[in-house]
Design a protein. Structure first.
Length: 385
């Protein structure tokens, strides 16, 4: 059973690709504390009753057993004492996920063969996402951040600290002993040298080479991404990294302080104050790009074209109408789409489909009121190519 306060892109992928035939999605606003939390529990009970009635009408047997993980939450006072702004719950035969998120949800109990996901999209991109690289001599961490939260990202091969400084050696292919208790671990690309501890007196040359290796590994990870990168760390390290940096979207502004001693959430909040104006400008820039490229093949407001482009990773920026559903079907292999005027068994929300695949392929999604979508429709996109 998962009760969490953060949603990751991997979670989104699991929800999108879940193969179970029956899926329950429940959304509701909640209160952080106080007597209103009791009303939250009652509201949840009512939404759960709606889901139960719908499942029974569809002929599901043993509905109570299916919904038991959710029903257990309704009777758990501790769960309701520590809420956020909204609760999202997803249930299928193989999955149960309850998320306390800082989003204002609209009451919904939806039963379908796909999870309803549109209400969680703002968590990822409605106000932008960025990367934060926390640097000190003792630790190197990369975070993927939004206005609402952060997740630490593991970057393949990126050194974790100055005491594991990476030295390139294309010709080194064997393990070598370099002294009592000190091992060199090598492959065909690099050698790890372990120094005696974090208090070692590193030379500026060693520090530069170390940070260049951090940049090289980070550049490989960010190769096809365009999100802003913000540095957080001690002042003596950050200028050296900036000199080594090759990622074109590194911001000039920095968050100063030793990240070893500061809570990551505090770092994220300080970083968001820096990047929020950038994302506000970005929305308008993407509006302008849509107007500029419409009719050239690099932008579209046709759902069929946008959904296909999203699936194949062509969508750079997507505008989608909040609170609107377009029912239909789409075949992932052929990308043949059917749009229906009303829900039919087996349908999915095609706006959800386009938005989810845009996010998973690294694009930006802006969920806006229907009247604010460029072109005046329900969806609009700017393509990468």
């Amino acid at each position: 059973m998962q009760h969490r306060t953060a949603l990751t892109l991997e979670d989104l992928r699991l929800l999108l690709e879940n193969p179970d035939p029956v899926k329950v999605s429940i959304y509701m606003p909640t209160h952080r504390r106080g007597p209103e939390t009791q009303q939250d529990s009652i509201r949840f009970k009512n939404l759960l009753a709606q889901a139960k009635e719908e499942l029974q009408s569809r002929g599901m047997r043993d509905v109570d057993s299916f919904l038991k993980p959710a029903a257990d939450l309704q009777g758990d006072p501790a769960f309701w004492n520590f809420m956020d702004t909204g609760l999202a719950l997803f249930r299928s035969e193989s999955m149960f996920m309850a998320l306390k998120l800082p989003l204002e949800f609209v009451d919904l109990a939806a039963i379908n063969d796909r999870f309803h996901l549109k209400q969680v999209f703002p968590y990822f991109r409605g106000s932008g996402h960025f990367y934060m690289l926390a640097l000190s001599d003792n630790d190197v961490r990369l975070y993927r951040c939004t206005r609402y939260g952060s997740e630490e990202i593991e970057v393949d091969g990126m050194p974790k600290s100055m005491s594991e400084a990476l030295w390139h050696d294309e010709n080194e292919k064997t393990h070598t002993e370099v002294g009592p208790g000190r091992n060199v671990r090598a492959d065909r690309r690099m050698v790890f040298f372990y120094s005696g501890g974090a208090d070692a007196n590193f030379t500026e040359n060693t520090k530069t080479r170390f940070l260049k290796e951090v940049d090289r590994r980070l550049h490989e990870f960010l190769r096809d991404k365009r999100a802003p990168l913000l540095l957080a760390g001690v002042e003596e390290v950050l200028p050296v990294y900036k000199a080594a940096n090759t990622y074109p979207y590194l911001l000039d502004a920095i968050v100063t302080g030793n990240p070893d001693r500061v809570d990551p959430e505090n770092l994220r909040k300080r970083a968001w104050e820096i990047v929020e104006p950038i994302f506000t400008r970005k929305v308008q820039e993407n509006r302008d790009r849509f107007a500029q490229f419409l009719g050239t093949g690099l932008a579209s407001d046709r759902l069929e074209a946008v959904a296909t482009a999203a699936y194949y990773g062509r969508v750079d920026a997507l505008f989608v109408a909040r609170g609107v559903r377009v029912w239909g079907r789409i075949d992932n292999d052929t990308q043949v789409m059917e749009i229906h005027g009303a829900y039919q068994p087996g349908d999915q929300d095609l706006l959800d489909y386009a938005a989810a695949w845009t996010l998973l392929k690294g694009g930006a999604v802006y969920a806006l009121p229907p009247g604010e979508i460029p072109g005046g429709g329900q969806i609009a996109a700017v393509f990468r190519f």
